[in-house]
Design a protein around this ligand. Structure first.
Ligand code: ADP
Ligand code: MG
Ligand code: MG
Length: 499
């Protein structure tokens, strides 16, 4: 049975304190065998904890929950207990985080590489084309970004057969859940402590997760580097956002830890765009919406944006620290991920051979659709591949028989629209069993998990001020589901238990 492979609870160390109460220790072996009364108690306490500590999201059944804070909140979808994860792969993911940060920074400086790699995609994908247009304008005016701020999240799955930790993607824009993931680690630690007589798991084996504070620190330091006490940190978010509490956690961490920034944090709404930018603007007024920025923004001679016109261009041209800048955004596209996996491409950006080897070790098979042998193979064995367009946020990929259909259709059309996609080796993680909490109800499911490791990066001219791993996010989903979106309702937030 797939459940026999899960032994997080079996492997657990019973700590010394517990030996006194050994008689009453009833280690559970399998979350699916958990005593129903214990499950009820655990679930109840978890729900209380989430409510008291702000581990919440807007309720999707409510209209106002994405716009008005404080109404119609529901606990975030979470796993009731942490999922086991090999320490060696955890360490590996942490170790490569700063190397990936550096890679993004290097790639972002190679405008020709970005434009060239995306040139075919540009012709068939209007979204990518818009981004490249902004990018080429910046190249034309020779825009130099002196202060570079990256808040990234590199996602992995552990391939069961090969035992390789393989990168799913690297997010350079909207790296979400830094606020809520930290809380999930705390929730799990708290439950393990509280129920140590029933569950023989050592709370200390859940790694510390300081993601939100480390992101806040990077933002605050970037503000400091900007060097103008009147500058504000502006969060540009979607008009409707049920995950707003995750974002508010970041802004709250900034306010609490950096009181001098108190008047400088503005929460702003980006209408009609699917991206969120965190930027530092020099302005005296905290504006509320991108519409207002459109109406009020003015770019001064020295590049200062004082909050008009096409915001994409305006913001990019300004001296504001963008997170991400257009070149960081492009460096995080799936097409660039695939280009970087080609032989000898990493060598173009990094010198250290060990670093290169470490990154390459996490690369899954990645192909462009002009590689005819791979396309042929994928048509024959579509279940071994995932097809991905240049989009973010989940729900866009193609799996299974649909891969075959899509490839055959593209071949028939022959219009070059295949350049909108990449092909990726499908990764098959170990199937575990978990208890997933949704809308107050525990569900026992067979699941697979995806580990995201955050990275923060800050550079001013030649000085690298921050380059570090910055916490993590585990997401666990029902094993039969292809996509992993938490917001989309497939996955839940989880933490890891090192084994
Ligand atoms: P997005 O930017 O939309 O999040 P991803 O590349 O992360 O795009 O894909 C979304 C989800 O699809 C992932 O969270 C993961 O669950 C699943 N997925 C993506 N690539 C693979 C793969 N190679 N093998 C298995 N599952 C994958
Ligand atoms: Mg993504
Ligand atoms: Mg993703």
């Amino acid at each position: 049975s797939p459940f026999s492979v899960i032994s997080p609870l079996k492997c657990a160390k019973v700590n010394k304190m517990q030996t006194q109460v050994e008689d009453s220790v009833k280690p559970i072996v399998d979350p699916h065998d958990i005593d129903p009364k214990l499950l009820q108690k655990l679930a109840y306490d978890a729900l209380v904890w989430c409510s008291l500590r702000g581990l919440v999201v807007g309720d999707r059944n409510s209209e106002r929950s994405g716009t008005v804070p404080g109404v119609d909140m529901v606990h975030a979808p979470v796993a009731l207990l942490p999922i086991s994860f090999p320490e060696i792969h955890w360490k590996q993911a942490c170790e490569v985080a700063p190397i990936f940060n550096e890679l993004v920074d290097r790639v972002s400086q190679d405008g020709e590489f970005l434009q060239q790699s995306l040139s075919r995609t540009k012709k068939v994908d209007p979204f990518t084309s818009r981004l490249l247009e902004i990018h080429s304008k910046m190249l034309k005016i020779n825009k130099i970004e002196e202060i570079r701020l990256g808040l990234h999240r590199s996602d992995y799955m552990l391939d069961e057969k090969t035992k390789l930790l393989l990168q799913i993607e690297l997010n350079t824009i909207s790296s979400s859940f830094s606020g809520l993931s930290r809380l999930v680690s705390e929730l799990h630690r708290s439950l393990l402590q509280q129920y140590r007589e029933d569950i023989a798991l050592d709370a200390n084996r859940i790694p510390k997760n300081n993601s939100v504070n480390q992101f806040a620190e990077a933002l605050a330091l970037a503000w400091n580097e900007y060097g103008d006490p009147r500058a504000v940190i502006m969060f540009v978010v979607q008009a409707e956002e049920r995950n707003m509490y995750d974002q508010h956690w970041l802004s709250a961490s900034l306010r609490e830890r950096y009181p001098t920034l108190n008047d400088s944090c503005g929460f702003n709404v980006d209408h009609g765009s699917d991206k969120r930018k965190i930027a530092i603007f020099k302005t005296l007024k905290i504006i509320k919406t991108l519409g207002e920025i459109d109406a009020l923004g003015e770019l001064q001679q020295d590049g200062t944006l004082v909050v008009s016109g096409e915001l994409g261009f305006l913001m990019e041209q300004s001296r504001a620290v963008k997170c991400p800048s257009i070149s960081y955004h492009l460096a995080g596209t799936k097409k660039i991920q695939q280009e970087l996996a080609k032989p000898n491409v990493l060598e173009r950006f990094l010198e250290n051979k060990d670093d290169i080897a470490k990154l390459r070790q996490c690369f899954a098979g990645l192909w462009s659709l002009d590689e005819s042998d791979t396309v042929k193979d994928a048509i024959g064995k579509p279940e071994l591949y995932v097809m991905k367009p240049q989009r973010e946020g989940g729900g866009n990929n193609i799996y299974g028989e649909d891969v075959k259909k899509a490839l055959l259709k593209l071949q028939k059309e022959g219009t070059g629209s295949d350049a909108a996609y990449i092909l990726m080796q499908r990764i098959f993680p170990k199937i575990s069993c978990s208890i997933l909490m949704r809308e107050g109800i525990p569900h026992k499911e067979q699941t697979i998990s995806e580990l995201g490791v955050y990275g923060s990066y800050l550079r001013n001219k030649n000085e690298v001020l921050i380059n570090q791993q910055a916490g993590y996010l585990m997401r666990t989903k029902v094993s039969s589901s292809n996509e992993g979106g938490v917001a989309a309702g497939f996955a839940v937030l989880d933490s890891i238990y090192l084994v």
